[in-house]
Design a protein around this ligand. Structure first.
Ligand code: MF3
Ligand code: CO
Ligand code: CO
Length: 273
């Protein structure tokens, strides 16, 4: 996401790698796998609650309770990168024209036809598992369904590019090509990010770009791929609460997110069961 300020504070890597980028050992990767699996299980747990009439606060409170009951911490709660007040939720709930970082509220009741992204990040044994899915509430329009399907497929096509020697630009190019071929735009101002002991670190992973450009991927790198696709313009605006991001034209936006690791010969999705 848009955490350029945080990136300058990235910890020093324990292993030789480009400046600011941590390569995880197999022991650390096992911890990331556990955190990632817990995050995926949390989304599975919340899915049946996503129905017309539920409030985003109820989703939040169930997520907070479930996370604590599994020995983990909800990373979003109180998270305050520079320029942002502490985040008030344990998860992000971003419906319809909200692109990301929606704040749960008892006043926000889901209604038939909504689409809603739920983004969770439990910290388990010091490691962050960051994943999100966009759910259908009741029966959304064919266009809304298509946006959600194309966004998921765009993410998977981006992830499929990942292997040692590939470039960060290959990921973005695959996502952008598929999104635009289907008539949707890709948000530019919010990016995927390195993740591990820290929530947001280097490298940044744009969801658009050119093949053969950008950082070369190496085994042990762990980062998110989390494209946001819009029905209309890719431009966004941020509400006065300094968190809620919405589309500039108030048209629909969808997002999916996985945390992935670059392996010796490809990629492992850490937030998939
Ligand atoms: N989980 C989001 C991401 O994918 C970040 C949420 S930060 C919060 O990077 F403070 F809004 F929770
Ligand atoms: Co996330
Ligand atoms: Co993320």
């Amino acid at each position: 996401m848009n955490y350029q300020t945080l990136l300058t504070n990235a910890v020093n890597p324990p292993t030789a790698a480009p400046a600011g980028i941590v390569l995880l050992s197999s022991r650390e990767l096992e911890k990331m796998r556990r955190a990632g699996h817990l995050a995926a299980q949390l989304l599975d747990h919340l899915e049946p609650m996503v129905q017309p009439g539920v409030s985003t606060q109820e989703l939040n409170d169930e997520a907070a309770h479930w996370t604590a009951a599994h020995g983990a911490i909800s990373a979003p709660l109180g998270y305050a990168p520079s320029g942002h007040p502490p985040f008030k939720g344990s998860i992000c709930t971003s419906a319809n024209e909200v692109v990301c970082h929606g704040i749960p509220s008892p006043k926000h009741i889901l209604k038939d036809g909504d689409i809603i992204n739920i983004d969770v990040t439990p910290i388990l044994d010091g490691y962050h598992g960051d994943t999100s899915r966009t759910f259908l509430v009741g029966n959304p329009s064919p266009l809304a369904r298509k946006l959600v399907e194309v966004t998921h497929e765009a993410m998977m096509r981006g992830i499929a590019e990942i292997k040692p020697g590939a470039r960060v630009g290959d990921i973005g190019a695959a996502i952008q090509e598929y999104a635009e071929a289907n008539g949707f735009s890709v948000v530019r101002d919010m990016v995927g990010h390195g993740v591990g002991r820290q929530f947001h670190t280097e490298p940044q992973i744009p969801h658009y770009g050119k093949r053969g450009t950008g950082l070369k991927l190496r085994p042990g790198m762990v980062f998110t791929v989390e494209p946001m696709l819009n029905e209309g313009t890719y431009k966004i605006k941020v509400l006065a609460d300094r968190w809620t991001v919405l589309t500039k034209d108030k048209k629909l936006s969808a997002q999916f997110e996985h945390t992935v690791a670059v392996t010796q010969d490809g990629v492992e999705i850490l937030t998939q069961l």
